[in-house]
Design a protein around this ligand. Structure first.
Ligand SMILES: Cc1cc2nc3c(=O)[nH]c(=O)nc-3n(C[C@H](O)[C@H](O)[C@H](O)COP(=O)(O)O)c2cc1C
Length: 250
């Protein structure tokens, strides 16, 4: 066995491969499904306004997008925040009773929840928020300046503390894995990749600075949002803020 073959990740890929001969007889774990939407009924809610459209053409945004880690002091407007979130996970259509979103999702199961650590958004107090996708509003989980704490949880990447917002994506494993079993984890990471790229392109369209973040201390980040790390765990982040003139480097 090579060192690569003995890696946990390689074993996972091997053991979750579809094989034409075995696909029908493959055993799947029995995992009961979870609800499609998560809400915090006790939280104070802030309706998100209609999303502003970015002035930049998609093709231009694709060619100019870079991970940018320097942010101005400028606050984001609520309309721009709404647009960024809409690009990643907005409701954009309906088939029968099923509401579809801007980013594709395996089996339309939408296992990714979105949280926002707000430092500077006009009309919103700094704090931790959850995006209620169904009602298109933000639910306030905690008020306060959590940028430095989140940056610390993300391997002390200090640029996150300078951002106007950090979008934090979690995986609700049950929502996907009840259908796809072990293999579902593959799809969950694909789902969040689609969502994050949509958000990064929207940020580029508004000529903001944005950077995806995948390096973090899992437990520290989960604790910040009171997530248990089993049923639901943070898996990806993106910092967004006003663009600084020389903002292409780390
Ligand atoms: C899955 C993933 C995780 C990443 N994590 C981090 C991170 O933790 N910190 C960071 O500064 N950049 C992070 N990046 C950004 C990459 O460093 C960046 O995309 C890469 O250097 C290519 O540059 P570009 O995005 O400007 O094209 C991440 C990118 C991806 C796709």
């Amino acid at each position: 066995m090579t060192e690569l073959q003995s890696c946990l990740g390689t074993k996972y890929l091997q053991q979750t491969k579809y094989d034409r001969e075995q696909i029908v007889s493959m055993s799947r774990p029995h995992i009961s499904p979870g609800p499609l939407y998560k809400t915090y009924p006790q939280a104070t809610t802030f309706l998100l306004p209609e999303a502003e459209r970015p002035p930049t053409d998609l093709w231009d945004a694709l060619s100019s997008r870079r991970s940018r880690r320097r942010y101005s002091e400028k606050a984001l407007s609520l309309e721009v925040l709404s647009a960024l979130l809409w690009a990643a996970s907005g409701n954009s259509g309906q088939v029968g009773g099923l509401v579809l979103r801007t980013a594709p999702s395996a089996g339309a199961l939408y296992p990714i929840e979105t949280y926002v650590q707000v430092s500077r958004v006009q009309g919103l107090d700094p704090g931790l928020y959850h995006l209620n996708v169904r009602d298109w509003c933000l639910e306030c989980l905690q008020s306060g300046q959590y940028g430095p704490q989140l940056a610390k949880a993300c391997l002390d990447q200090r640029f996150m503390a300078q951002a106007a917002i950090n979008v934090c994506w979690s995986a609700v494993l049950r929502r996907n894995m009840a259908k796809y079993g072990h293999r579902g984890l593959r799809y969950i990471f694909m789902d969040v990749g689609h969502m994050s790229q949509n958000l990064l392109l929207a940020a580029e369209g508004f000529e903001l600075s944005a950077c995806p973040v995948g390096a973090y201390f899992d437990s520290e980040a989960n604790e910040l949002f009171a997530l248990d790390g089993d049923e639901e765990s943070l898996i990806y982040f993106a910092s967004v803020g006003g663009r600084q003139p020389e903002s292409s480097g780390r």
